[in-house]
Design a protein around this ligand. Structure first.
Ligand code: FAD
Length: 488
């Protein structure tokens, strides 16, 4: 008889694990507290006709998605249309904005305007970044992070870039470029890793290759289309989905977990994979003597940021915005310090605006849907008063930089922050992006994918290897399924 596995959570990591386990012949059920798949990448449609992706909006590393679907005999285009954005995104500085071209030659010409000779230096910088991409995305991120031996044969440890494990990406970029705008543009992709450029190892410059070399894409219909496509793959493999059901507790027999108790009854299985926030399962669901880590351990982790998000429906078109817009008109370093070193509500935050209605039919004719994200420290006190204050600040800056009135045209307005991340996803400290990829929390130093106390319990998702982001979460699911399958 087929072995039975239960995956807790229907985000990208859970969908991925479920699909691989089912393909290997397991009878798989996914238990999800919310009503749809996608986890942090859920979406919602308003009565006015605006469609909002709730979380991720950047589609990077297209080969990771293609690889997932090809493992099951499909291609991305069997499920959704992918469009490459050009320009990739717009960056607003204090007194100007710059559009980041999708094509490398145009990108180099753009850099030349800021710093003579930088185009040629970019070639060298990207050559290294591409090499690292090969090692990282095709090798490192697929390691389960269970033993130091995994690194022995790796090019990073023995090869030409071994220094990149200790050097920060900020220092690394400065070896090639001096202009502050160029440095900001090249440091930006590191924000996806949930840590500052100063604290992120230079090996992560492969993210620059992802940005400039591989491009920024958009799945028509929005990011939740990816999760819907993965659900279809799961269902083809026979996976069962149980929605609106929250896991509340477990029953254990010696070193084996055998039953999950939920608000809708109990579920038994041979194997369990927790793809919900790791800390939630470790500290709130398991009994204390069966958890992997102490409260002190969790409290001392560096979390990736949370986010204060505004979903706005605007009853007109806005001329000076693109699909992706980064507002780097205030100090990057001060904001980063207020997220990581001295967590507090930021004094002058950077923010990001996504307008998918520039590319897609996600707003009524003649209107726009704005997703505004202010990255903020996890674990902060979240009140309506604070949200209102930041709304005013962001709208002032948005109207100043676009040169037009926006707030008078808002016909739908919803905010989202720590309290919502906690109630919707059981997110530790209300985090948005999981655990930061700092040097001390890289790979083997992340929370383990295996339970140390229960032989049939595994963990996947953005708080374990390889880290935060949609592509890493999909890879995490595959890595964990592979480890679980080794038991049989
Ligand atoms: C605002 C925001 C912007 C982002 N931007 C990007 C981006 O542009 N590009 C990118 O690549 N990444 C981005 N990310 C990160 C990316 O979305 C995440 O890393 C990824 O979606 C995490 O997937 P996951 O499966 O680990 O977790 P989740 O998506 O959180 O899935 C876990 C699931 O477990 C469920 N669950 C929790 N507790 C229980 C329980 N007790 N019982 C049952 N179910 C439970 C939750 O409801 C959830 O569905 C962003 C994230 C956020 C929040």
């Amino acid at each position: 008889m087929a072995k039975k596995a239960i995956v807790i959570g229907a985000g990208f990591s859970g969908l991925s694990t479920a699909a691989y386990l089912a393909k290997a012949g397991y009878q798989v059920s996914v238990i999800e507290k919310n009503s749809i798949v996608g986890g942090r990448a859920r979406n919602f449609k308003t009565d006015e006709g605006f469609l909002f992706d709730m979380g991720p909006s950047w589609y990077w590393l297209p080969d990771v998605f293609e690889n997932f679907f090809s493992d099951f005999g499909y291609q991305v285009k069997d499920f959704y249309d992918l469009k490459r954005l050009d320009p990739s995104y717009r960056v607003f500085f204090d007194k100007e904005f710059v559009d980041i071209p999708a094509m490398l030659d145009e990108f180099k010409q753009m850099l030349e305007k800021y710093e003579k000779g930088s185009g040629a230096r970019l070639d060298k910088f990207l050559e290294e970044a591409k090499f690292k991409y090969g090692v990282a995305v095709e090798d490192l991120v697929h390691k389960p992070g269970l033993s130091l031996l995994e690194f022995l044969d790796m090019n990073f440890v023995t090869g030409p870039f071994k220094g990149d494990l200790l050097c920060s990406i900020r220092k690394h970029i400065k070896k090639f470029f001096t202009n502050p705008q160029i440095c900001t543009i090249l440091e930006f992709p590191v924000l996806f890793l949930g840590a500052t450029a100063e604290n992120t190892p230079a090996l992560y410059s492969f993210m620059n290759y992802a940005d400039i070399g591989l491009g920024t894409w958009y799945p028509m219909g929005g990011m939740n289309e990816i999760a819907q496509a993965m659900k279809k793959v799961c269902e083809k493999q026979g996976v069962e989905f149980i929605f609106n059901t929250a896991v509340k507790g477990v029953e254990i027999n010696d070193k084996t977990l055998y039953k999950l108790n939920t608000d809708k009854g109990s579920f038994e299985a041979d194997y369990f994979v927790a793809s919900c926030d790791y800390e939630h399962f470790d500290k709130n669901i398991l009994p204390e003597d069966k958890s992997n880590y102490s409260r002190k351990y969790w409290d001392s982790r560096t979390m990736s940021p949370s986010g204060l998000i505004f979903y706005l429906g605007v009853s007109k078109k806005i001329k000076n915005l693109l699909h992706h817009n980064l507002f780097f008109d205030e100090s990057f370093d001060v904001h980063a310090q207020e997220i990581y070193e001295n967590p507090q509500w930021p004094s002058k935050p950077l923010f990001y605006v996504s307008v998918t209605s520039k590319t897609d039919n996600t707003a009524p004719e003649g209107m726009e849907n704005l997703f505004i994200l202010v990255p903020v420290a996890s674990g902060l006190e979240d009140s309506q008063e604070t949200r209102d204050k930041y709304f005013r600040d962001v709208m002032d800056r948005l109207e100043k930089h676009t040169g037009e009135s926006i707030r008078n045209y808002i016909i739908y307005n919803k905010s989202y922050a720590h309290k919502d991340f906690k109630s919707d996803y059981n997110a530790f400290k209300g985090n948005a992006y999981g655990l930061a990829n700092t040097l001390m929390q890289t790979h083997i130093l992340k929370p383990s994918i295996k339970s140390k106390k229960l032989k049939n319990l595994f963990y996947t998702g953005q708080l374990t290897v390889p880290g935060p982001g949609v592509p890493p979460s999909i890879i995490s699911g595959k890595v964990v399924a592979k480890e679980l399958l080794k038991l049989n």
